[in-house]
Design a protein around this ligand. Structure first.
Ligand code: NAD
Length: 300
């Protein structure tokens, strides 16, 4: 058996098409141009490429984009001042501070200052609380993207066994909340989980969000399961030439594709969905800030 490959790139492109239509309508009917500000501190090359493509796609869907690339040595006070300025800027409806931040900056202090009206990646304690108790509010971009792909692949998720590997605030925990909301039976595994292979083998849905190349092997996967690989790992690729690298996920794709029912590739799976959901969330926050009903087809 060979799994269906879940084409996140194509799904994200389609989602961005719908976002463009909503942005055009917001501009034409209400004079509102949704604006997204992305803040990155330091010079991690991976993050910079990611931020550059976020900015490009933001403009492509017709939104206003601001990108702040600050040097590694930036102080906490400087980042706090920038966030305060963006909170007050009427042209900005979404603020994303790229994590992790350098060690001299307390991420929690920065996150706490982001206006919850502009919290497009569900970072703030208020947004996390709303997600947990089921109140309307922003939904973390990567888990939202995973959920959209799961619904597209499986339809109703009710009653399915879901195993999430990884318990980060950014991916694993909000993913668990979203899948609970879909009536899945949810297990969150992590670095201290015993018999991880056995736990994963129970799952109808596997979400891998660890950051370990090829950790989850085909023989851990229940035949026919749906596998969503969030991991992005850069590994050496000598076959491409000396010093070359390539991206792989947390799932050993070659063995998993022969067992799973459906699987996301890396790259081209969850990554493009994360960016599209960031744009979708910015349309939502822009609508809410202007007292408008946000579009229903862009969120969970
Ligand atoms: P993180 O480092 O914050 O969390 C990793 C989690 O994995 C932890 O909860 C830890 O307990 C668990 N873990 C570590 N080793 C383990 C092991 N051997 N067995 C089981 N669990 C283990 O990472 P994160 O921010 O959640 O990101 C995870 C991965 O997803 C990374 O590769 C990251 O680059 C990627 N990511 C991708 C996207 C995307 O858009 N595709 C978005 C966010 C993160």
């Amino acid at each position: 058996m060979t799994a269906t490959i879940i084409d996140g790139k194509a799904f994200a492109e389609n989602l961005r098409g719908r976002i463009s239509s909503h942005v055009a309508r917001l501009k034409a009917e209400h004079g509102v141009t949704p604006g997204l500000a992305v803040v990155i501190v330091g010079s991690d090359p991976g993050s910079q490429v990611y931020v550059a493509s976020k900015a490009r796609l933001t403009v492509e869907v017709g939104m206003h984009s601001e990108k702040y690339e600050l040097p590694e040595a930036t102080s906490e006070a400087e980042v706090l001042a920038l966030v305060a300025r963006l909170n007050a800027d009427p042209a900005i409806h979404g603020i994303l501070v790229q994590l992790p931040l350098p060690p001299q900056i307390d991420s929690n202090a920065i996150i706490a200052l982001i206006s919850s009206d502009k919290d497009v990646d569900c970072f703030t304690p208020a947004s996390v609380g709303k997600l947990t108790i089921g109140l309307p509010g922003p939904v973390s971009c990567t888990p939202l993207g995973c959920l959209m792909l799961l619904r597209e692949t499986l339809g109703d998720l009710s009653g399915l066994e879901a195993v999430i590997v990884g318990r980060s605030n950014l991916v694993g925990k909000p993913m668990a909340q979203l899948l609970l909301r879909e009536n899945c039976t949810v297990t969150v595994a992590h670095s201290r989980t015993r018999n991880l292979a056995e736990v994963v083998r129970r799952a109808d849905i596997v979400i891998a969000a660890v950051g370990r190349p090829n950790l989850i092997r085909g023989d851990w996967i229940k035949p026919g399961a749906t596998v969503i690989d969030v991991g992005i790992n850069r590994v050496p690729a000598p076959e491409r030439g000396e010093g070359k690298t390539r991206l792989v996920g947390d799932v050993d794709f070659a063995s998993a594709v022969t067992v799973a029912g459906a699987i996301t590739p890396v790259p081209g799976g969850v990554g493009p969905m994360t960016i599209a959901c960031l744009l979708a969330n910015t349309v939502t926050t822009a609508s809410l800030i202007h007292g408008l009903v946000p579009p229903r087809d862009l969120t969970a």
